[in-house]
Design a protein around this ligand. Structure first.
Ligand code: DC
Length: 221
């Protein structure tokens, strides 16, 4: 069974996905980490980010292992390295590359076919899993998203000026929303949840109830 959680950066998707998966006894799939891992490898290989063929080759040859805790590329733990400001600045170009997207979407479907998953990203309910059992679109105001991002970066030891975070977030929103394929978009059958006035645990409880209610409906129909 697949539950998808899409939405903009900073809406709380990653933490909510991890906790919801735990609560439901599902595995979780952070698809943003896949785009970030390709980006990290492209930086290592000093690839020209305008060269889509080179990016596609990197995606196809990437030796990627991950679970809910860490991301490993060719035996190197890159869990933190994929979240540096440098990778964050470049990742949109990788996510724009249609051939990289189709490779990663196929990989996401293969992984998710092995069990029950909560899959998070931008296109999980629209492109990767259009028939998902339950689809969620998580949102939050620009200010609280930037606040969350700033706290995450500080916790990881990166100080970034708040106004710069807001500017970069706006740029990323535009990039994520205007992508030709796999753009950030609420699926018509997704439930939208605004996390501004909620704690993470409240969001997780609401989503777990949504999934369980659907399951009960299905069993009783
Ligand atoms: O969620 P994140 O910030 O880790 O995502 C990193 C980038 O990858 C971001 O620019 C959006 C993009 N992305 C995407 O295009 N499709 C996905 N399914 C997941 C992430």
């Amino acid at each position: 069974m697949i539950v998808t959680i899409d939405g903009p950066a900073g809406a709380g998707k990653s933490t909510v996905t991890r906790k919801l998966a735990q609560e439901l006894g599902f595995q979780c799939l952070d698809t943003g980490a896949m785009y970030r891992a390709v980006t990290w490898q492209a930086v290592q290989n000093k690839v020209d980010f305008d060269d889509e063929t080179a990016l596609q080759l990197i995606a196809q040859n990437l030796i990627l292992e991950f679970d809910s805790e860490r991301v490993v590329v060719s035996g190197i733990d890159v869990s933190e390295a994929i979240r540096t400001p440098e990778v964050t600045r470049q990742v949109s170009q990788v996510a724009d590359a249609v051939s990289v997207r189709s490779h990663l979407v196929a990989l996401q479907r293969r992984i998710a076919s092995t069990g029950d998953f909560v899959c998070e990203g931008r296109d999980q309910g629209t492109v990767a899993f259009p028939d998902a059992f339950c689809k969620v679109f998580l949102t939050a105001s620009a200010n609280s998203r930037a606040q969350r991002r700033s706290e995450q970066l500080l916790a990881a030891g990166h100080f970034v000026d708040f106004d710069q975070i807001v500017r970069e977030q706006k740029t990323r929103d535009v990039q994520d929303q205007s992508r030709e394929i796999g753009r950030l978009q609420k699926a018509i059958d997704a439930v939208e949840v605004n996390t501004d006035q909620m704690t993470i645990d409240e969001v997780v409880a609401k989503l777990a109830k949504l999934v369980r209610d659907r399951l009960n409906e299905k069993q009783n129909s």
